[in-house]
Design a protein around this ligand. Structure first.
Ligand code: GAL
Length: 660
C-alpha cells in the first residue's frame, strides 16, 4: 500500500525540483512516475540527445529517497520525427490522417516508427537502465487513448495481409470460407487483394472487421514487446509496467500484459461517469463520488490482467478537464478512492499529477498542488491516507496487514473476454446493446450481493470459485467450455453466450453452440428492442415476484421450464443443475435479484447484500466498507473498526476485522 505521483520536471523551473521532492516525501509519497512525454527534450534534434537534465532530476528524486518509474516517450513523437517519417501517422476510420499537435499520432504498423521507438528506448535504457532511482519502467502511455488502436493506414493494410496469410496458413480459400465471402461477391483470389474494412458503401463484413481488430490488437503486443525486450536487456531487474485505461477494451490487455510485470490503470471516476451513457438521474446521484462499481470493476479487471500485481498509475486528484462536464469530487473522495484501490489489492496508488500545469491542453486539470504551488485538497487527503496506512501497518506489527492481492477472498469468477467484446461491437444487432455496459451491470449485481469478484479471461483456471459469471462471451471458447464442464460452481450465462463461432458465424446447432452440452436449449430467434420497450416477467411459482426485461430477448426451444414468464408466454431464465442461462437483458434492479438468488443458492458462499451505495471487499482478515451514498449507512454488525466508524456518511469508509 504505497502512494505515488506523476511528475513532469521538464515543465517546471529546475529551482523547484529539490523542494518538490522534499514535499513528496513529507506527504508520504514513495513513487514518482516521470518522463513519458518528454521526447522533444530528450532528443531536440534527430540523433542529438540531451540526458543531463533527466539525470539531474533522477538524482534529486533518488537522493530524497523516492523510487522512480521512468516512462518511454513514444506516445509523443516530436515534430522533426513526424516530418521525417510522414508515413508513421495513423489513419482514422474515415481515412483521415491524424495530425501532429497533441499526442498518439503514430500508427502501430509503421515499420519506420518502430525503428525510431527502438532507437529512443535503447538510448534511454542504456543511459538510465542501472540508475539506482529507477525501479520501474512504463512503456509508452495509455495504448489506445483518443481512439488510436485501429489505424487504417497503408502500412496497416500491408501488415494485415501478412497477418491473414499467417492466420489462414496461406490458404485464401480458407479465409474466404471463414469470412463467408461468397456473400455479395466479396471473394479474394490472393492475400495481396485484401482490403481494410473501412470506407465501404454499407457495413463491411463482420468477420473481416473482427479479424482486423484481432490483427490491430496483435500489433500493440508486438509494439510493446519491442520496448520490453530492450528494457529487459539494459534495465535488468526493473519492473515493467503499462498504464491501461478505464472503459477501454480495444486491444487484448492479457496479451500485452503477458510481457510485462505489473498492470496499472488510470482511474478518473468522475470523468468516466460524466462521459458514460448513464442517465442524468444516475449522473446526478454519483457526480461527486463516481459510480460505486466503476473503479472497482477496473481494479478487479486489472488485478486479473496483472496476474495479481497491479497499480493505479493515475488517480484523479480533483476536477479533470476532458469530460463534457468536470465537477469537483466530494471532500474525502481522493482518500476514499485510494483506500478502495488498496482493498482490491493495489500495490501503489499514484496521483495524476503533482502540480497543475498553467499552460497547454490540460491547464484546467487539477493536481495535488495548484499552478501557483499552493497545496490543493488532494494533497491533504493523500497525506492523510499515507498516515493511516502507516498506523494500520504499525498496528499489524511484524505480522503483515495482509491487505494485498494474494489475500483477496476468492468468491465469484467473472469472465470477461476482449475478443467477444469486439465481436459484439462489430455487429451489436441493436444500437442500445453496449457489451461493456452490460458486463458492468452483471458486475454491479454481484457487488450488490456483497461478494468479492475476480475478473478473468476465458482461459483462466476457475478452480476454487463458488460461482462463475459469464457476461459477454459471444465467441465459443473451447477452454472455457472445458472449465464449465468440470465445475460444481453455480454458472450464470448471460444472453448471447456462445452465439458465434471463433470465425464469426452462427454455430451449426445455433446458440448457445457447444454449451448445449451443459444446458439443453436452443436459441431459435432473437429480438433487439428500442429503449421505449420493456416487459414484466412473473415468477412461474411465486407469481407476485416479477422482473423487468428490456433491450434484448431470446426465444428458446427446450424441455426445461423457465423460471419467469411474460404475459405473452415468453419464458425467461432457465436452469439445468448448476448452469443458469439468462436469455434477455434484465434491468439493473431485476438483475441484482436474479443473480442474488443464484448466489444465495450456493451454501459455500456467504452473500451479504449491500444497501444503497454501500460496497464491501474482503481481504485477509479485514472487511472494508465504502459508502458511495447518497444516504448514510450503518455497518451490518458491531465489530470494532480499525479505521472509520460504524456510521458512514457519503464518501466515508471503514475497516473491520473479520472474526475467524
Ligand atoms: C490520462 C493520460 C494523462 C493525462 C490524464 C488526464 O489519460 O494518461 O497523460 O492526460 O489522462 O486526466
Amino acid at each position: 500500500m504505497k502512494l505515488g505521483v506523476c511528475y513532469y520536471p521538464e515543465q517546471w523551473p529546475e529551482s523547484l525540483w529539490e523542494q518538490d521532492a522534499a514535499e513528496m516525501v513529507a506527504a508520504g509519497i514513495e513513487w514518482v512516475r516521470i518522463g513519458e512525454f518528454a521526447w522533444s527534450r530528450y532528443e531536440p534534434e534527430a540523433g542529438e540527445y540531451d540526458w543531463d537534465w533527466l539525470k539531474r532530476s533522477l538524482d534529486i528524486l533518488g537522493n530524497a529517497g523516492l523510487k522512480v518509474v521512468l516512462g518511454t516517450p513514444t506516445a509523443t513523437p516530436p515534430k522533426w520525427l513526424v516530418d521525417e517519417n510522414p508515413d508513421m501517422i495513423a489513419v482514422d476510420e474515415d481515412g483521415k490522417p491524424r495530425s501532429f499537435g497533441s499526442r498518439r499520432h503514430y500508427c502501430f504498423s509503421s515499420a519506420a516508427y518502430l525503428v525510431e521507438c527502438a532507437r529512443i528506448v535503447t538510448e534511454m535504457a542504456k543511459e538510465f537502465g542501472d540508475h539506482p532511482a529507477v525501479a520501474g519502467w512504463q512503456t509508452d502511455n495509455e495504448y489506445g487513448c483518443h481512439d488510436t488502436i485501429i489505424s487504417y493506414s497503408e502500412a496497416a493494410r500491408d501488415a494485415f495481409r501478412i497477418w491473414c496469410h499467417q492466420q489462414y496458413n496461406g490458404d485464401i480459400q480458407a479465409l474466404n470460407e471463414a469470412w463467408g465471402n461468397v456473400f455479395w461477391s466479396m471473394e479474394y483470389r490472393d492475400f495481396n487483394e485484401i482490403e481494410r474494412p473501412n470506407l465501404t458503401v454499407t457495413e463491411s463484413n463482420p468477420a473481416h472487421k473482427l479479424d482486423f481488430w484481432r490483427f490491430s490488437s496483435d500489433q500493440v503486443v508486438v509494439y510493446n514487446k519491442l520496448q520490453v525486450d530492450i528494457l529487459r536487456k539494459y534495465a535488468p531487474g526493473r519492473d515493467l509496467i503499462h498504464n491501461y485505461m478505464g472503459n477501454f477494451t480495444d486491444f487484448n490487455h492479457h496479451d500485452v500484459a503477458a510481457d510485462l510485470d505489473i498492470a496499472s490503470w488510470d482511474s478518473y471516476p468522475l470523468g468516466f461517469l460524466d462521459q458514460s451513457r448513464a442517465s442524468d438521474a444516475e449522473k446526478q446521484q454519483w457526480m461527486r463520488t463516481g459510480h460505486p462499481d466503476f473503479a472497482a470493476f477496473h481494479h478487479d479487471l486489472y488485478r486479473g490482467v496483472g496476474k495479481g500485481r497491479w497499480w493505479v498509475m493515475e488517480q484523479q486528484p480533483g476536477p479533470v478537464n476532458w469530460a463534457p462536464h468536470n465537477p469537483a469530487p466530494l471532500d474525502g473522495m481522493v482518500r476514499f478512492w485510494t483506500w478502495e484501490a488498496f482493498a482490491h489489492g493495489a500495490e501503489v496508488v499514484s496521483y495524476f499529477r503533482w502540480r497543475q500545469a498553467p499552460f497547454a491542453q490540460e491547464q484546467m486539470h487539477s493536481g495535488l498542488k495548484r499552478p501557483d504551488n499552493s497545496v490543493d485538497i488532494g494533497l491533504l487527503e493523500a497525506t492523510q491516507t499515507a498516515g493511516e496506512v502507516q498506523s494500520l501497518t504499525a498496528q499489524a506489527g511484524s505480522e503483515n496487514t495482509g491487505i494485498d492481492a494474494s489475500h483477496i477472498l476468492k468468491e465469484v469468477a467473472f469472465i470477461f473476454d476482449y475478443e467477444s467484446d469486439w465481436s459484439l461491437r462489430v455487429q451489436p444487432q441493436g444500437n442500445n446493446y453496449h457489451p461493456l455496459d452490460w458486463a458492468m451491470s452483471m458486475y454491479t449485481a454481484c457487488r450488490q450481493a456483497g461478494v468479492n469478484v475476480d475478473i478473468l479471461p476465458p482461459n483462466a483456471n476457475l478452480d476454487g470459485y463458488a460461482a462463475i459469471v459469464v457476461a459477454n462471451q459471444q465467441l465459443e471458447h473451447a477452454e472455457l467450455l472445458a472449465s464449465l464442464k468440470n465445475t460444481s460452481a453455480q454458472v450464470i450465462l448471460g444472453p448471447r453466450t456462445f452465439s458465434k463461432t471463433q470465425q464469426y458465424q452462427i454455430p451449426a446447432n445455433l446458440a448457445p453452440g457447444s454449451l448445449q452440452q451443459l444446458i439443453l436449449l436452443r436459441v431459435v430467434r432473437v429480438e433487439s428492442l428500442a429503449d421505449f420497450w420493456s416487459d414484466t416477467v412473473r415468477h412461474s411459482v411465486s407469481k407476485e415476484q416479477s422482473l423487468t426485461v428490456s433491450k434484448w430477448r431470446e426465444f428458446v426451444e427446450t424441455d426445461l421450464s423457465p423460471s419467469y414468464q411474460s404475459a405473452d408466454g415468453w419464458g425467461f431464465a432457465y436452469q439445468h443443475n448448476n448452469i443458469h442461462y439468462i436469455n434477455g437483458c434484465a434491468d439493473q434492479h431485476s438483475l441484482n435479484e436474479l443473480i442474488q438468488q443464484v448466489l444465495e443458492s450456493n451454501e459455500h458462499l456467504k452473500i451479504n447484500p449491500c444497501a444503497g451505495g454501500l460496497r464491501q471487499q474482503k481481504v485477509g482478515k479485514w472487511q472494508f466498507f465504502f459508502n458511495y451514498g447518497p444516504e448514510d449507512q450503518s455497518l451490518p454488525n458491531q465489530r470494532q473498526t480499525v479505521l472509520g466508524g460504524h456510521h458512514l456518511a457519503q464518501g466515508q469508509l471503514a475497516i473491520v476485522q473479520i472474526d475467524t
